[in-house]
Design a protein around this ligand. Sequence first.
Ligand code: UDP
Ligand code: MG
Length: 310
Amino acid sequence: MKTLSIIVPCYNEEETVPLFYPAVEKIMNTIEGLEPEYWFVNDGSADKTLLKLRELHEQDPDHVHYISFSRNFGKESALYAGLQAATGDYVVVMDADLQDPPEFLPQMFQLLETGEYDCIGTRRVDRTGEAKFKSFLSDMFYKVVNKISSTQIVPGARDYRMMTRQMIDAVLSLKEYNRFSKGIFSWVGFRTKYLDYHNVERVAGETDWTTWKLFKYAMDGIADFSEAPLNMAVWLGTTSSIVALIGLIVVIIRKIVHPTSSILGWASLVCIILLLGGIQLLCLGVVGKYIGRIYAQVKERPIYIVQEKK
Ligand code: UDP
Ligand code: MG
């Protein structure tokens, strides 16, 4: 008998949790030789999510556990808490809104049991029901990050994945404060197989991810897994220095050849000053972004704070 730890981050999911549990149980009951261990993580919900989790725990105290944070720490922190608490031989990460179809669980388990893979991931092959602009930004993100980072992120890959104990231990050995799971799962390596599926919409409730939040998340992901923005500062500086040097040489030669000629160009001068000032501020901002991440890391604040755990 093997154990599967099911990790479910929940933020304002009072409507979806009572639908999620029976849907997953129905599938789990069909898998022989696999016992579930649920770890719901209440990420500082403002609604009655915690009450629903307590109810589930009372129904089945041996299999259903929950961790409740003292405030909202974000999905990444919730995932980390769940992974730390999980004791199973295999671990699966699922959203509470049933956007990660539980029907994949038997197939994932079978594939891991063959010993050929360490991780079975899922990826969406379409994004029906999602705003066009959001999809466009996501596509751009995958293109950019895969170009500038040595850690490759599979386009459309979800956090929904089943992993072996060995891989989970590797993921947990990364102690970084800013956790970008998509990058971390890829960074640790191991043999991963992706199952494709069509986008499923939330069963109930609403997504908390606005386009702006996703954009910031993407920027953080790039800063966590690439030093390309820092190199960009070096290149911008080098290029503008070379251009300035050429300009200087041209001015000197002109002065020698036509000593009386004067060069006009107040407007162009202002533009050049503004451009260079802008580039300098941009580069400063990029460096600042990395310093901020170093600051967050050296403070060694906990990634989450638990208020209640059962
Ligand atoms: N979530 C969380 N903390 C947050 C935001 C979201 O734990 O601060 C959980 C949420 O309850 C859900 C999962 O993360 O189980 C994915 O969130 P959502 O469905 O809103 O995002 P999407 O599916 O649109 O990516
Ligand atoms: Mg969702």
